[in-house]
Design a protein around this ligand. Structure first.
Ligand SMILES: C[S@@+](CC[C@H](N)C(=O)[O-])C[C@H]1O[C@@H](n2cnc3c(N)ncnc32)[C@H](O)[C@@H]1O
Length: 199
């Protein structure tokens, strides 16, 4: 990454925080960069592009190509501007729409060695199930916010407004822990980061 690219990314990161646009947490960014430094993924899928911050970090950390899905048109516009400024637009293909509808079409006939699931939290389990046949042996799936405000661990009763999300995350983690094709590393930093290796 050049100094100029680093400065552009820092500017976008700070702007996103100011505007309350959810982008990669600092804790998750460290984990993501670590994975990219170790494994240099080549073929990446992201669910939840937002304004293109995490995809930019990934594209600047290996010479990967990225498919990314986002439902918000305005965010896609900002993401495209960012990728163009960074000179990485040729390696990123964005799909506009709801991941529930788009995901099966995007992944058809493709395999990935790294997936970042970072959109609808209620869909994590469903999406991982769908994705598993499309992830190469040794491939990694990264999911942020899996311990959601610290409410997911244990079996306590969460406040009403968080109940569905907590139930979904518990089901997701139980599925991951029970699946023999999967190895889970749960990092209890930030809002909880799941690093899933597909065996
Ligand atoms: C946490 S942000 C993604 C942040 C981004 N990965 C980053 O770190 O720079 C989640 C994004 O997912 C998008 N999203 C949420 N539900 C979605 C869905 N069902 N289909 C497509 N995109 C969705 C939201 O619009 C939002 O921009």
């Amino acid at each position: 990454m050049t100094l100029e690219q680093e400065e552009i990314l820092k500017g976008i990161h700070d702007l996103a925080r100011e505007q309350f646009v959810m982008v990669l947490s600092d804790e998750c960014e460290v984990v993501l960069k670590d994975i990219f430094a170790k494994y240099r993924p080549q073929s990446v899928l992201e669910i939840g592009s937002a304004i293109g911050y995490s995809s930019s970090v990934m594209a600047l950390s290996s010479d990967c190509v990225i498919d990314t899905i986002e439902k918000d048109e305005e965010r896609i516009k900002r993401a495209k501007e960012l990728w163009a400024r960074l000179g990485i637009e040729d390696r990123i293909k964005v799909y506009h729409g709801d991941s529930d509808v788009l995901l099966p079409k995007v992944i058809e006939g493709k395999t990935y060695d790294f997936v970042f699931i970072d959109a609808a939290k209620s869909a994590y389990k469903r999406q991982l199930e769908l994705l598993l046949p499309h992830i190469e042996n040794g491939g990694i799936v990264l999911c942020d916010d899996v311990l959601y405000l610290g409410l997911v661990k244990g079996d306590g009763y969460p406040p009403h407004k968080h109940r569905t999300i907590v139930r979904n995350m518990r089901e997701f983690l139980a599925y991951v822990e029970e699946n023999e094709r999967i190895e889970l590393q749960l990092i209890e930093q930030g809002n909880g980061i799941a690093v899933i290796t597909v065996l």
